[in-house]
Ligand binder design. Structure first.
Ligand SMILES: [Zn+2]
Length: 127
């Protein structure tokens, strides 16, 4: 299992005991090293570390990959979402019914079967 370092720019400045390394007289707080991390696509040990990175490099990263300078638009053709009615039956469990597509712009509804609802690849959106 390969270990990797948290990419947080200030990780080593958070003075927790697990970051304290080395022998007496030469101890240092060090960047966390783990096989995996929960934050930022497996790159950061905490949300704090992710935020520190973004505060320092975020603008540069956005400029590098392309800053959004005009609104992206979700059109009628791509505004279909799946929906259903949730029926709660007095403690006897629950059921779903009336599966449908709803267009979030036009409010048009189109019927949907349960299996179409559960099929994540089934869509009316053109993409
Ligand atoms: Zn960290």
């Amino acid at each position: 299992m390969t270990l990797k370092y948290c990419q947080g720019t200030q990780c080593h400045t958070y003075t927790t005991q697990d970051r304290l390394k080395g022998m007496k007289g030469s101890k240092t707080f060090q960047t966390r090293r783990r096989s995996s991390f929960y934050y930022g696509n497996d790159n950061f040990c905490s949300l704090n570390c992710q935020n520190d990175w973004f505060a320092e490099h975020g603008d540069q990263a956005i400029d590098h990959f392309g800053r959004t300078t005009e609104p992206k638009k979700l059109t009628e053709q791509n505004a279909w979402v799946k929906d259903y009615d949730y029926n709660y039956n007095n403690g006897n469990g629950s059921s779903r019914s009336n599966y449908r597509f709803v267009n979030m712009i036009t409010k048009e509804q189109r019927p949907l079967t349960e299996s179409q609802y559960d099929d994540s690849t089934y869509t009316l959106n053109e993409r």
